[in-house]
Ligand binder design. Structure first.
Ligand SMILES: *Cc1c(COP(=O)(O)O)cnc(C)c1O
Length: 466
């Protein structure tokens, strides 16, 4: 399978190249040349497979430059760190199905992709005798999942910036208590946006990036999307059996458009009608909801909510969808993205009918999040995290009679104890991995959010080639 850029200038990258490159040199995102179609007989035969076996069947259709046994081993290793035997268990609550994606090492769904990406990076670097210095900024979940994905790897060092004292204590401890030498936690003064802007500036220095083999772990990496396609396929197989129904709908709490884009790829891949609807759920940072409902993709101010991992305006994976929406015309995509970078808005009314065939959308308020968490606890004794609650609320608004609805549960409620305690009257039970963090020694450098200070630090601690 070859990969091409949404902006048209690179058209024949291998999977390995796509993974190591992240962003294409023309500023576009990488996509497979074609999405493979699975026929119904093959799809139904997958019912018997374990999660890891299914992951191999799905991923191997997009990867042709890693030998079968190596890929199987990479996948098995990646999901062996999950604490639930099913990897992604489905819980049936009333007329909704909750797909629990939070049984990995950092208790958020990002582990599903980043455990795999960590193993994949190590494999490719061993094969090609390379090394990598990963740099990223986090508002909480991504940083810890990335650190847990690459800690202890000899050919990788990871530098993660977080805004000093502006992430939750749990999130901070999940990163700073990792003792491996290749992990560098940097708390910068300022906000997440300041940290993110510094990282972007450092990456834009092409010379510095090349000299230090800088790599990124953010959600534009195709391997992350691919790993997420698997659990959509898994849910279709298992819910369809449970409900004796072929079509399944999904509701997805969304920030960067990554997770729901994986659902869009799954829909293209599976037999016609397997996925009937994709509900895009946002919090009050509603740019994507406005896009789906009105064709209005215009930046607003980022507001802080109880679902911080979705406090995003410009969605980094949006361009991938735009590519399909614009009939795979890279010139149109490039023009639209350049216009967006200048004006901060795109009006796409002409495409509205097409967009509405692909997605439904709702924005969920803070009061609705609280009410939903409270109600599910009262009715089912089930505790939703605030991100999952956004998706559940949207699912209730878009459910079709007779079609099963799967809500993606993206984080364990114990990661967001304050909101959960407010809604259910008691703090969530701490799972063992979080309880153990209490009292562990932690390491973190506190620094000014200055590009000079940061580059000097990276320069002196980066892994150098042999
Ligand atoms: C990252 C994240 C999301 C949003 O995922 P996207 O891929 O950005 O759409 C939702 N919930 C949680 C808990 C997250 O960490």
């Amino acid at each position: 399978m070859q990969y091409l850029s949404t902006r048209g200038q690179f058209a024949n990258r291998s999977f390995s190249e796509a993974v190591i490159t992240g962003l294409a040199e023309d500023g576009g995102l990488l996509l497979p040349r074609a999405v493979p179609r699975i026929d119904r007989a093959t799809f139904e035969a997958w019912q018997k497979l374990s999660y890891s076996e299914l992951a191999f069947e799905v991923m191997s259709r997009f990867i042709d430059d890693i030998p079968t046994n190596d890929l199987k081993e990479l996948i098995n290793k990646s999901y062996a760190t999950f604490t639930d035997e099913q990897i992604v268990p489905l819980v049936h609550l009333g007329n909704l199905h909750i797909l629990e994606l939070f049984h990995g090492p950092t208790l958020a769904f990002k582990d599903i992709a980043l455990q795999f990406l960590g193993n994949l990076f190590e494999y490719l670097l061993d094969r090609d005798d390379g090394h990598l210095n990963i740099l990223g900024a986090t508002s909480g979940d991504t940083g810890s999942a990335a650190i847990h994905g690459v800690k202890g790897r000899e050919r990788i060092r990871i530098f993660i910036l977080h805004p000093h004292k502006r992430i939750s204590e749990v999130q901070e401890r999940q990163m700073t208590t990792v003792a491996d030498d290749n992990v560098y936690n940097i708390a910068v003064t300022g906000t997440f946006d300041d940290a993110q802007a510094a990282v972007k500036t450092i990456f834009s220095d092409v010379e510095f990036k090349k000299t230090h083999h800088l790599g990124s772990i953010n959600s534009i990496n195709w391997a992350r999307i691919l790993a997420q396609v698997v659990y959509y396929v898994y849910s279709c197989l298992h819910v369809a059996v449970h409900e004796k129904n072929r079509a399944v709908a999904f509701s997805v709490p969304t920030g960067n458009f990554g997770d729901i884009f994986a659902g869009y790829i799954a829909k293209k891949m599976l037999p016609e009608g397997s996925i009937s609807k994709l509900v895009l759920a946002t919090n009050s940072n509603d740019i994507l909801t406005r896009f789906v409902n009105k064709g209005d993709y215009s930046l607003g101010e980022v507001v802080a909510t109880s679902s911080p991992s979705m406090d995003i305006q410009a969605a980094s994976n949006f361009e991938r969808y735009l590519y399909y929406l614009m009939d795979k015309e890279p010139d149109l995509v490039r023009e639209a993205m350049l216009k967006f970078s200048v004006d901060g808005k795109l009006y796409m009314h002409n495409y509205l009918a097409h967009i509405k065939r692909d997605f439904a959308a709702s924005a969920v308020t803070e009061d609705e999040v609280q009410e939903t968490i409270t109600r599910y606890f009262q009715d089912h004794r089930y505790v939703l995290d605030p991100h999952t609650a956004v998706g559940v609320r949207a699912a209730e608004q878009h459910r079709d009679q007779g079609v099963p609805m799967v809500c993606l549960a993206t984080a364990h409620p114990a990661k967001f104890p304050t909101t959960v305690a407010q809604a259910v009257g008691q703090p969530p039970k701490l799972p063992a991995v979080l309880a153990e963090l209490e009292g562990k020694p932690s390491r973190c450098e506190v620094m000014d959010c200055s590009v000079d200070v940061l580059t000097a630090y990276i320069e002196s601690h980066a892994l150098k080639g042999s």
